[in-house]
Every structure is written in C-alpha cells, then in structure tokens.
Write a protein that binds this ligand. Structure first.
Ligand SMILES: Nc1ncnc2c1ncn2[C@@H]1O[C@H](COP(=O)(O)OP(=O)(O)OP(=O)(O)O)[C@@H](O)[C@H]1O
Ligand SMILES: [Mg+2]
Length: 271
C-alpha cells in the first residue's frame, strides 16, 4: 500500500509568501526584507523581494538604479504589467526583485477606484513567481491599501519590532489589523514571527521592552535578536545587504541566525 503524502496546509505549488509589515516607520522592515532574503538565498533558496513601498528603500538598498525600475510594483498592482515581467535579477544568485517606483505613491488613491482593490497583489501573484521558494514583501510604514494588499496576498506576516518605549502599544494596532484581514479577506494568514530589531545592549530599556514583548507574544518572538550595529546602517548606502557588505559583522550574523529560525519554523509548519 502506498504511503499517503504528508499533510500540510501549505499550497503544494508556488512560493511561500511572507509580508514584512509594521505601520511604524523605521523599525527595520526593509533591512529585514533585504537581509533575510540574502541569508535565505545563501542557503540555496530562491527568493523574490517585492518592494511595495513608494520610498523604494529596498530597491535602493539592493543597488538598483532608477532605470532598472521602469516596470515596477506600481504597474503590477494596477494590472499594467504581469508580475513575472517586472522581476529583475539582484546581482545576488538566487535573489530577484520587483522594484518600487515613484508612481507607487499615487497607487493608494488610484486603487480606491478599482474593484477588488485589496486583492490586486494576490491576483498578480497567481501563477507567477513559480520558480521561487519565498516571496518577501517589503511594506510601507502605513496600514493603507498597499500593506493591505500585501497582507491579503501573503500566507504569513513577519513583524519587525524596534526595542523602544511604546513598542507594544504600536503593535497592538497591527495585530488588530491582521485579525481583521484574517476575518474578512485571508483566513489563512498567520504571524510567522516577531523579530526584535535594533537591540541596544548598553540600554536597559531594550532589555525591558524585549522581555515585555516575549511575555506578551511568547513563542511568536524569534530567539534571534537583531542588534543595533553600525555596519547594518552603512550597508544601504553601498547598495548592498549587510551580509555582503560585512558578513562577519554582528548585524549580518544575526540575520543568518534569523534565516535559520525562519526555515525551522517553516519546516515545522509544513510537517
Ligand atoms: N540593526 C540595525 N542597526 C543599525 N541600524 C539599523 C538596523 N536596522 C535598521 N537600521 C537603520 O535604521 C533605519 C530604518 O531601518 P529600515 O529602513 O529597515 O526600517 P523600515 O521599517 O523599513 O523603515 P520605513 O518604515 O521608513 O520603511 C535605516 O537607516 C537602517 O539602515
Ligand atoms: Mg522600509
């Protein structure tokens, strides 16, 4: 008799789609998207980063210049380009991008006029990005239609949380939004995990915030903590992930550890 295949709530085909979201600005969303993607590519995963932020920091941070962004996530969302046509190589083996473009700033308003506006990215991903193991979506610092599109398209959301005062207050709003998206649009949406970023070992507040967040969210918080590290902040101006800019830095090593934890959770979720 044949063994039945392992049961899984994951789609048998297509990439695993993870939105990296937090409506608070400057908490490490883009840094996490770029460096987690690079660390996953380094262990032979095929990774696509979709830059869904009009600021385009992920695109700049990967060293993509303006003329490489002509076809971008704006065109994909508005249905003017197929997603696969907007994918460009990043220069890092196994890692590709859908860049952002300046037009994306107007997309929030344009989308309001469109039918099924929350589902644009989900629709765009259908049958696309098939060669990838992971799609990471870098969200803007707002809970508007762009982030909503990411949360509807994704199977999981990763939340970077800066170790600072009021971190928990900010995240409760995000958690409520995720719950609402689950109820209304995307019942399968899961929190992949919460990653503590910019942890400052010299600052007692970082410790206090970290233990508060762990007390509240328990095992959802990754063991890996991303330290505040000057090499991480320097890397984007060189158009490189910190993993390539200074692999031995504490920041780069933390992202390698985080990728290991993410893969472990993914294996457990699939089992
Ligand atoms: N671990 C770190 N150590 C030092 N600097 C960091 C670290 N992580 C991020 N930064 C810096 O902090 C700033 C904000 O980070 P990042 O752009 O990743 O946040 P974000 O949440 O994507 O911001 P936004 O909400 O504007 O999109 C950047 O200048 C980045 O280089
Ligand atoms: Mg960003």
């Amino acid at each position: 008799m044949e063994m039945s295949p392992p049961r899984s709530n994951r789609p048998a085909e297509g990439p695993r789609i993870i939105a990296i979201a937090n409506q608070k600005g400057g908490v490490g969303k883009t840094t996490t998207a770029i460096n987690l993607a690079t660390a996953l590519a380094a262990v032979n995963k095929k990774v696509l980063v979709i830059d869904l932020d009009p600021q385009g920091n992920a695109s700049t941070g990967m060293g993509l210049d303006r003329n490489q962004r002509r076809t971008n996530s704006y065109h994909v969302l508005l249905g003017e380009s197929e997603l696969d046509e907007a994918i460009i190589p990043s220069g890092i083996p196994g890692l590709a991008m859908v860049p952002s473009g300046v037009d994306l700033a107007g997309a929030e308003l344009e989308l309001v006029q469109i039918r099924e506006r929350e589902f644009r990215l989900k629709e765009a991903l259908k049958g696309h990005g098939q060669g990838f193991d992971y799609v990471l979506i870098d969200c803007p610092p707002a809970l508007g239609l762009l982030t909503l599109n990411a949360l509807v398209a994704a199977q999981a959301v990763m939340v970077p949380l800066q170790c600072e005062f009021f971190a928990l207050e900010g995240i409760s709003h995000l958690v409520r939004t995720i719950e609402r998206v689950k109820k209304v649009f995307n019942p399968g949406l899961d929190i992949q995990g919460i990653v503590l970023t910019m942890f400052d070992t010299r600052n007692n507040l970082s410790d206090m915030v970290a233990s508060d967040v762990r007390a509240y969210f328990g095992a959802k918080v990754y063991d890996t903590v991303i330290p505040r590290n000057v090499r991480v902040s320097e890397a984007p101006s060189h158009g490189k992930p910190v993993l390539l800019y200074d692999f031995n830095s504490r920041g780069a090593q933390a992202y390698v550890m985080l990728a290991g934890e993410v893969l472990k959770r993914e294996r457990e979720a699939a089992a």
